[in-house]
Each structure stands twice: as C-alpha cells, then as structure tokens.
Design a protein around this ligand. Structure first.
Ligand code: SF4
Ligand code: FES
Length: 298
C-alpha cells in the first residue's frame, strides 16, 4: 500500500484507486463534472486538479481523476496553484455553457466568481429610455453588477405592466407572462413588475393592468372612437366604435364637396359623428386631389 503526504499528513492509500476517489474518500471536496466511476477517466473538465509533487521533481498541477497514487507523492488540494487551475477550468467550461446553473452553482461552492450569466441583453437601453421618456414610469435602470452594466428593475415597484419594453426590446431579453390574474414582466430571473390584470368591460377577457389603464386615462384624451375612457380591450374598442368611415369620392381629381359618408346615408345623430362628416382634412385625401406637377411651371 503506497504512502502519500496529503496536505502535509502521511496517509496509506489503496493503489487500485485514482486520486480523486481517494481524496473524496478522505472527506475532501474536489469538484468534477466529467468523472464517472464506471468509465475510464477522460480528463476533460479539468476541475479535479490538485498539486502533486513526486520525489525529485517540481510540484505540478495534475488531474486527480487520471492519477494513481505512488509512494512518497505529496498532494495539496488547497494551494493557490490549485485554486488558479480551478478558476481556469470553470471559466473554460462556462464558455461552452454560459447559462448552465450546474456550472455556476458549483463555481459558487468553490468561491469562484464567473460574473453574471448572459441575458440576451445587448445594452441598447431602448427599454430604459422608453420607460422613462414615453411611458413615464422609469421602471428600468442600468446598474453595474459584478463589474457589468445590466438592465435591472428600478427601486420602488414602478412598473405599470404596459409591456412596451417587451415590444421594443430587439433581442427578446425582457419577458411578459400573463398568468391567472397577474401580468409579470421580467428580465433574467428578476421581476420588473407583477401587476393584477383587469377585464374588458365588453368581452370579459383579462387584457391590461389597472395601473396601465389609469396611466392612459390620466395622460391621454378620451378615446376618439368610444368617446370616453372605457376599459375595453383593443378588439372590443374597435368593434364598439361608432365612428363613421369617411371615404372621399374623387372625381376628375377633385374631391366631391359635402360628400356623404359611405356606409351611412342616414342623418348623423351624435356629435362625434358630426365631427367626422366635416370636410375631410386627412393627408390621404389631400394627396389624392393634389394637381399633378409639371416641370415647366417651376
Ligand atoms: S433589455 Fe432589450 S431593450 Fe433593454 S437594453 Fe437590453 S436589449 Fe436593449
Ligand atoms: S473529473 Fe474532469 S478532468 Fe478530472
């Protein structure tokens, strides 16, 4: 039975086992991800590195899964060289599988910081600018996390659950989930907003958050099609609209004056509709009646 020196202590060990099993048998924690006792060692993950000094040679970092004990071997599992080798091994592995929770959790157990996991975010700041400048909620902000700029929820539960950041994000880094009676907006595993949904007054479907509807009511005029602030989902708002489809008949490149709106030949009964039948001002109509330009007139 060979005798080795393990972290300064002599120890008789079986010669038919590899060092990784021997060390673990002694209660030492050694990380590994590619070792399986039923298979021959491949030495791929390189996490099981230990420092080994054989008589007459300089100490060297070696893979314990692929090493058999020899008489007089000195093994260190806690040296700076071992730590450095583990850091390198973890960093290499996380490049292959950047989001792997197994690698990240294992690294954490060995006090190795692999930095934040990638999150699909390209730091374009569209979401933070939009939420601050247009939505006015300021629910997202940039913050340095472990030396890396990241989009994080701003303090104070500001999200109104509009989902505009989700729509504008070019990479899909921000997620929206409507589940039960709640809308959750998140980035990575961080929740930006978790807000209750309200039902459409017409169809009864849950469709928007109350915070969002209140913000719309405060900051915009009444919906032109329904004349008042109602909690209608977009589909019902369209269906319930009593607007008149004003289509300008065009004859000889001239608009027909006092055109009666198509689809409604009856006298208009409500003030909104009256507004709609006033002379048509819209850009499309103007474009249609513009006389053709000729080069010689200029
Ligand atoms: S989360 Fe999306 S929108 Fe926001 S900075 Fe990252 S990539 Fe841009
Ligand atoms: S356990 Fe993976 S290299 Fe040793």
């Amino acid at each position: 039975m060979p005798e080795i020196i393990l972290n300064g202590q002599p120890l008789q060990v079986p010669e038919d086992k590899n060092l990784l099993e021997i060390l673990r048998g002694e209660g030492l924690r050694i990380p590994s991800l590619c070792y399986h006792p039923a298979l021959s060692p491949a030495g791929v993950c390189k996490l099981c590195a230990v420092e080994v000094k054989t008589p007459g040679r300089e100490p060297k970092v070696r893979l314990s899964c692929a090493l058999r004990p020899k008489d007089g071997m000195e093994i260190r599992t806690d040296s700076a060289a071992v730590y450095d080798a583990r850091v390198k091994a973890f960093q290499r592995l996380v490049q292959y599988a950047p989001e792997s929770p197994v690698i990240r959790t294992l690294a954490e157990e060995y006090n190795i910081d692999l930095g934040p996991a990638p999150d699909e975010c390209i730091r374009c700041r569209l979401c933070t600018r939009l939420c601050r400048e247009i939505v006015g909620a300021g629910a997202l902000t940039m913050k340095k996390v472990n030396g890396t700029e990241m989009v994080v929820p701003a303090e104070g539960n500001r999200c109104i659950g509009c989902g505009t950041c989700v729509n504008i994000c070019p990479t899909g880094a921000i997620k929206l989930k409507d589940e039960g009676f709640f809308r959750t907006i998140s980035i990575r595993d961080e929740i930006i907003g978790h807000n209750p949904l309200v039902r459409c007054e017409a169809c009864g479907n849950l469709f928007a958050t109350q915070k969002f509807l209140s913000r719309v009511e405060k900051t915009t005029d009444a919906h032109p099609h329904v004349k008042a602030h109602h909690q209608y989902c977009p589909t019902c708002a369209k269906l319930l609209s009593d607007r008149i489809q004003s289509v300008v008949p065009v004859k000889n490149n001239q608009p027909v004056q006092n055109a009666v709106p198509v689809n409604n030949t009856q006298p208009v009964q409500n003030p909104m509709a009256v507004k709609t039948v006033a002379p048509i001002q819209n850009v499309m109509a103007v474009k249609t009646v513009k006389p053709p330009q000729t080069g010689g007139d200029q």
